[in-house]
Design a binder for this molecule. Structure first.
Ligand code: AMP
Length: 208
């Protein structure tokens, strides 16, 4: 059983790796960003509240995110295997999670700011299957052939704010988890399949 956190800057490849890990290990996958986008699509009060922060490249307030994740953890049982992608993003969120369950590991996806700005300037997402791809190479989803769209918050100005927020508010989690001997680092500047090979090595090593 695995209880994992995927940690890394926006565009580090957490979502792409989460999809690959899920294919292999059948874990519950929680992406807080996906939950907010889904709520926004359905114009729920949560979605409308989150929108103002997302558009500005800021974090949704801890209280809102923790309530939402707390409900998710209760839904599938915090002691069962899961993978959190995009949560925690602040020390308060990490402490909250620590109070709920014991993690087996945290994978940190390392990639430079320049590479992220370049990546996100051409990132596109499939409207139908959610596959993340690149507009420089594809104009339709390479997985299912459906239409691609660009996330509202992937414009350069918002990406810069998201990176700043990552350095100021999320990076302290690196030491938080290092001190607890939970941190594993992966070079996420590589191609997705190369990154995944590193992830598999970590997970297989950790399994027992
Ligand atoms: P993501 O898809 O993970 O890049 O998240 C998109 C946006 O959703 C972020 O820029 C935040 O505005 C919001 N968000 C997602 N996860 C969190 C979180 N754990 N804490 C606060 N805000 C979040």
């Amino acid at each position: 059983m695995m209880r994992l956190v995927l940690l890394g800057a926006p565009g580090a490849g957490k979502g792409t790796q989460a999809a690959l890990i899920k294919e292999r290990y059948d874990l519950a996958h929680v992406s807080t960003g996906d939950i907010f986008r889904e709520n926004l699509k359905n114009s729920t009060p949560l979605g409308l509240e989150a929108k103002k922060y997302m558009d500005a490249g800021q974090l949704v307030p801890d209280e809102t995110v923790m309530k939402m994740v707390g409900e998710k953890l209760a839904e599938f049982g915090a002691d069962n295997g899961f993978m959190l992608d995009g949560f925690p993003r602040t020390v308060a969120q990490a402490e909250f999670l620590e109070g709920k369950t014991k993690l087996d590991g945290v994978i940190l996806f390392n990639v430079s700011d320049e590479a992220i700005v370049k990546r996100l300037s051409s990132r596109a997402v499939c409207r139908s299957c959610g596959n993340v791809t690149n507009l420089a190479e594809h104009d339709k989803c390479p997985a299912c052939g459906e239409e691609l769209y660009v996330r509202d918050d992937d414009n350069e100005q918002t990406v810069r704010s998201r990176l700043k927020v990552f350095h100021e508010q999320t990076e302290p989690l690196i030491n938080f988890y290092r001190e607890r001997n939970l941190l594993h680092e992966v070079d996420a500047g590589q191609k997705p399949d190369e990154v995944f090979a590193c992830v598999l090595k970590l997970l297989n090593h950790d399994k027992n």
